[in-house]
Structure formats: structure tokens, C-alpha cells
Write a protein that binds this ligand. Sequence first.
Ligand SMILES: Cc1cc2nc3c(=O)[nH]c(=O)nc-3n(C[C@H](O)[C@H](O)[C@H](O)COP(=O)(O)O)c2cc1C
Length: 204
Amino acid sequence: MNILHVSCSPRGPASESSRLARNIIERLLNREPSALVVTRLVSGENLPHVDGSYATSQQSTADVSEGGSLALSDQLIAEVEQADVLVISTPMHNFSLPSALKAWIDHVARVRRTFTISAQGKTALLPDRPVFIAIASGGRFSGERARQPDYLTPYLRDVLNMIGLHDLRLFSVQGTAMGPQAIDEARNQADEALHAHFASSRHA
Ligand SMILES: Cc1cc2nc3c(=O)[nH]c(=O)nc-3n(C[C@H](O)[C@H](O)[C@H](O)COP(=O)(O)O)c2cc1C
């Protein structure tokens, strides 16, 4: 089994979303000790945005198929194609996704490679596979105590569905800015949710 971890927090070892992802990966490795984990760091300077060659290649009349950031896009798409399971760990930034994760999505959601467009709309080209999404947020964005909108999870659902990834499993540590007690509570809730998930599913 190949596990691709797309890691989006700029906070290094202090990151709660990375901690949650490690917890998920550990459980996957318990199931499948020989699994290979590939980590793709996309935070900060680790991943450039798509460039002009890439943007031109996305036009319907384009005959450009190489150059610029297309090679990087090819590599990132290959990493997804080779993965049996994806783990995306991300902070919530301004009610939504960090620009680093958006940059990764712009490389991977590529017309004629991972989806096509016709008069009927967009058709996904990637086969489905499990995608664990590990989110950390300073405040709460779901449940009764949520006090802010959530554009992160609906967006990820729509864009991952667009390329063929429908089997999404969302886990979160919410309230990381609310002090150590809130963090402990959120970590425990995430642990319980993960435990329940892995207890109820025989496969990844
Ligand atoms: C630029 C920026 C924007 C943020 N926006 C939000 C937000 O809209 N809602 C929220 O709950 N937390 C927000 N936060 C807090 C982070 O989500 C929180 O610190 C989280 O724990 C970061 O994830 P990490 O621990 O994996 O690094 C923001 C943080 C930064 C740096």
C-alpha cells in the first residue's frame, strides 16, 4: 500500500493538523506495516504556484504540453495516481484553505489529465481511493459551538470530487487557539473519532 501525505501547515512540529495526520498514518501502518509513506510538503516556499505555461495549457485550444510548471504538475499528479490512500493535513485559514494547499490543488486538478470538460460539464479521470483530511483550526467551525463559516470542507469536497476522489474521511482538531484545555479536548475528540472509524472499517 502507498500512502501519500500532503502536508500544508507552515508550523512544523507544532502543527496540530500534522499531528493528527501522524495519528492517522500510524493507524494505517498498524493495519499494513509494509505500507510506503511519501510526504509532500506544500507549505511556505516548498511549492511554487502554477505558471504561464501551465495556464496556457489549460485553454481548450492549447497545443502546449510541456515546459514551465507542467513538469511539477506531472510529478504531483503521479504521486496521487500512485497512492492507494491520501492523507491531507491542513489548517483552516480565513474560513478556508491555506494558499499552499490551493497551489497543490491547482497543479493536480488539471484539465485533460485529472478531469475533462464537455457540454455536459466536468468528468473526473482519477479512480477513487480513500482520502483522509486532517484539519486544525484556531476556533470551531462545526457543531453547536461553531462561531464561524466553513468554506474549507465544502470546497475540498467539491474539488476532490471533480477529479474523482469521493471517499473522503474528515477529522479535525478544532479550537487550537483556545488554550491547552481546549486543545486536549479537541485531541481527545479526534482520537475517539479515529478509533471509531478504524474499529468500524476493515480496510483503510
Ligand atoms: C493566516 C491564518 C488564518 C487563520 N484563519 C483562521 C480561521 O479563519 N479560523 C480558525 O478557526 N482559525 C484560523 N487560523 C488559526 C489556525 O487554523 C490554527 O492555528 C491551526 O491550529 C493551524 O493549523 P496547524 O496547527 O496545523 O498549523 C488562522 C491562522 C492563520 C495563520
